[in-house]
Design a protein around this ligand. Structure first.
Ligand SMILES: [Zn+2]
Length: 456
């Protein structure tokens, strides 16, 4: 039994939280004289228009002969992705944004603020989907970001900071577009296939420039903050009857490759007492992961999701099993402890079963914490709309985890009915979509008046 951490991959860095909120007084020329006046005078998004754009976006990548309920396959770099992106760019033009595509295929458009010296408030999400996906993942945040700009236009509200809408390319593949904004994508990665398309060709197809990907890089502290509205993709908000989720951060992930070595032998002639059955041992590993993940209170999760049995024949005692063990939590320390406990337990199981078990960490993702000041602004924005809020971590990855490397980040969740996502059955109520967009709009107006010090 060996436990080495030889393939440690740091894909995110920890984001330092800053304490305290400094709220600047509203500058002359804005429509908001005070927080109280703002509660009644602040603009609202157009719920019917938001719904119409989501329904229209759903036609790009819809199964032939299907309806909205059949979801979408708008996989990055597909014809449907190109068509959906073109539709979104048209909406951005209608909203007075002048969209352009950067080298990584991200679509960006900016609305000028009243103070050109200030850094932009960046909002957005993604319009690509998984194969056989739903109509809400990424799409709610994307259409709401554009709707927010239209609402500001119609209400003649000019923010102090420039307001940038960015629709990140190929979120489901990595996320790729937002990764290119914060780190160097190795050249060999461009040769990999994504859904049958070489990444390089895919980027060219959506208007990117794979030979100059570095142009898509953004500097740390180059934005005032990043805000993303997204569906929860879990069932916590719906079960609790809460309208708006205030995301604490995106969880840290430790993924391990585990190998169990037993002895392959004849299934008919080897007595039960003389077997070293790798699959039987692996089954105990699966149970141990669940037991370790659930033993202490908290929101940590542990999963064995990949399982390969060798030789995988009905008449052979399994001699070898490969499996994955994954832990997620907002605290990197917590999942490191769970990993250490698992490693110790696996040694014990190996001794008891006469097998060998190795456990190697394959992936480590640091948590991406949401800025506490922005969390408070999201809560306050929801309160002015009479909406209930609940703090929760995001167990899924988002573009926001990359943007947190550049500046303060905040995420707003709306309920997912039944907690279903990455499925045509993915569903959020239209009223929740509208609420989320209104919270996004009001959060923008609040952070626009806030002095968010640069992250260190
Ligand atoms: Zn998403």
């Amino acid at each position: 039994m060996s436990t080495g951490f030889i393939r440690h991959v740091d894909r995110r860095r920890c984001f330092a939280l800053l304490a305290g909120i400094a709220v600047a007084s509203a500058p002359s020329g804005t429509v908001f004289a005070s927080a109280h006046a703002a509660a009644t005078a602040e603009p609202r998004i157009d719920a019917a228009r938001l719904q119409a754009t989501l329904e229209q976006l759903s036609t790009f990548g819809r199964p032939a002969g299907g309806s909205f309920a059949d979801g979408v396959s708008r996989v990055a770099y597909s014809d449907a992705d190109v068509a959906g992106r073109a539709y979104a760019m048209g909406l951005m033009r209608d909203a007075g944004l002048d969209p352009h595509i950067d080298a990584a295929g991200n679509i960006t458009g900016t609305r000028a603020g009243s103070d050109p010296a200030l850094k932009p408030i960046v909002i957005g999400s993604h319009v690509d989907s998984v194969p056989g996906g739903g109509n809400f993942d990424g799409q709610v945040g994307s259409m709401a970001a554009i709707e927010v700009v239209r609402a500001l236009q119609e209400h003649h509200v000019v923010t102090r900071h420039p307001l940038e809408v960015t629709l990140w390319s190929n979120e489901e593949g990595g996320p790729i577009g937002s990764s290119a904004a914060v780190e160097t994508i190795p050249a060999e990665a461009l040769e990999r296939l994504y859904s049958g398309v070489r990444m390089r060709d895919g980027l060219l197809k959506i208007g990117g420039d794979p030979d100059h990907l570095a142009l898509a890089r953004r500097a740390p502290h180059s934005l005032h903050c990043y805000l993303e509205l997204h569906i929860e993709q879990g069932g916590v908000l719906e079960k609790a009857g809460i309208a708006v989720g205030v995301v604490d951060g995106i969880v840290s992930i430790d993924e391990y490759d585990v190998e169990v070595k037993g002895f392959a032998n004849h299934a008919g002639t080897t007595p039960m007492g003389e077997r070293r059955d790798a699959l039987l041992t692996a089954a105990r590993v699966v149970e141990a992961v669940r037991e370790i993940a659930t033993r202490a209170p908290g929101r940590q999760v542990g999963t064995v999701g990949r399982f390969q049995v060798f030789p995988n024949a009905p008449n052979v005692i399994p001699g070898r099993v490969l499996l994955s063990v994954e832990f997620r939590d907002l605290s990197a320390e917590t999942i490191a402890r769970l990993g250490a406990e698992t490693a110790a337990r696996l040694q014990q199981i190996a001794r008891e079963t006469g097998t060998e078990i190795s456990m190697v960490r394959a992936i480590h993702d640091d948590p991406a914490l949401a800025d506490v000041r922005i969390q408070k602004q999201i809560e306050a924005a929801a309160a002015t709309l009479g909406l209930t809020t609940l703090h929760l971590p995001s167990g899924a990855g988002h573009d926001a985890q990359n943007l947190a490397k550049l500046g303060p980040m905040g995420m707003i969740f709306i309920p997912s009915i039944g907690g279903i996502s990455h499925s045509p059955k993915e569903l959020s109520r239209w009223s929740d979509c509208a609420n989320g967009a209104d919270v996004l709009l009001r959060t923008i107006l609040r952070v626009d008046r806030s002095n968010l010090q640069p992250a260190n």
